[in-house]
Design a protein around this ligand. Sequence first.
Ligand code: NAP
Ligand code: GDP
Length: 323
Amino acid sequence: MASESVILVTGGSGLVGEAVKWVIENETGERFGKRENEKWIFLSSKDGDLRKEADVKAIFEKYKPTHVVHLAAMVGGLFKNMKYKLDFLRENMMMNENILWQSKEFNVKKVVSCLSTCIFPDKTTYPIDETMVHDGPPHDSNFGYAYGKRMIDVYNHAYNEQFGCHFTSVIPTNVFGPHDNYELEGSHVLPGLTHKCYLAKKNNTPFVVWGSGKPLRQFIYSRDLAKLFIWTLREYEEIDPIILSVGEKDEVSIKDVADGIVKAMDFQGEYAFDSTKADGQYKKTANNAKLMKYIPDFEFTPFDVAIKESVEWFEQNYDTLRK
Ligand code: NAP
Ligand code: GDP
C-alpha cells in the first residue's frame, strides 16, 4: 500500500472490529500499527444498514475507500444459529452482496472478508485446511450461516476471474476478547460462560455449562486476530482463503474453557454440566500451516492470559457492554 489508502472496516463496532481499532491505535511497530499513509474508518450499523444497497452505495460515495475489511455480519453462537437459520443465510448474503458489488463499482484495490471454521464440512478428515471449504455439507446446526459465508469465497473467485478484483477472505476459529457479545442465550461459548459465571458468583447460584463439555475448539484472542487481519490486508496476495488460528496442539475442550473462566473469576461455587443442551459439532480442528509458512514468527497470546484480560475487561465494563 504505497500511496494514500482509505481503509473502510465494516462491523467496526463489533468484537473483531474493536480489536482491529485497538491494534491500529495502540501498536507502535510498523508491522501492525497504523502507517502514515493510511486512513482507517470504522463503521457501525449507525452509519448505514449494509443489507440495503442504497446505504452501502452512500457509504462508498462518502468515504471512497481504496481498501475494505469486511467484518459486518449477523453473528451468534450455536444456540442462535440453530434458531435463526434463514436470517443467518439471508442477512449475511445481503450484506456480502452489497459490499462486494460496491467495492467492484468503486474500484477498491483489495477486500478482505471474514469466513469462519464453522462453515467447514461436517463429515471430513482432520485437520481441515483451506482447500476443503466446499467439500461437503456443513454441520446441520448452522447451515444457514455456513452457506452464506461459503458464498463469499465463491464470489471472490468470480469477481477475480471476470473483473480482476483482488477480493480475498480469512477463516478465523472461535474468537473472543473485549467488546464481545455477552448475551446469555445467543452469544458464543466463551462470552456466554463469562457472563454466567459472573452471575453465579454474584448470586451464589450454580455455574451451569451447556452440553457435555467434551467438544473441542481452537480459540483465537481478538487482538491476535486483529494483527493477522492487518497483515492479511497488507501482505496476503491470494484469492483463496487463509485460516487464522492457533495450532492443532492448542485445541481445548469446552470444559477447559469453563475451567479457565472459573479460575480467572476466582469462582468457588457449585459447577455443573447440562447435558440436555446441544453439543453442536464435536470438533472442527483446523490446520494453520499456511499461515505459519507466511508469518512463522507470529506469537499468539497464551490462552490463560487472553482469558484473564477478557474477563477483566468484562468485569470493568459490565454496566455498558452488550448483554
Ligand atoms: P459482532 O461482535 O456481533 O459484530 C458485528 C458487527 O457487524 C457490528 O459492528 C455490527 O454493528 C455490524 N452489523 C451487523 N449487522 C449489520 C447491518 N445490517 N448493517 C451494518 N452493520 C451491521 O461480530 P464479530 O464477532 O466481531 O464478527 C466479525 C466477523 O468475524 C463476522 O464476519 C463473523 O462472521 C466473523 N467470525 C466471528 C467469530 C466469533 O467467534 N465471534 C468466529 C469466526 C468468524 P452494530 O454494532 O452497530 O450492531
Ligand atoms: P460453535 O463453536 O460454532 O459451535 O459455537 P459456540 O461458541 O456457541 O460453542 C458451542 C459449544 O459450547 C457447544 O459445545 C455448546 O454445548 C458449548 N456451550 C457450553 N455453554 C455454552 C453457552 O453458554 N453458550 C454457547 N453458545 N455454547 C455453550
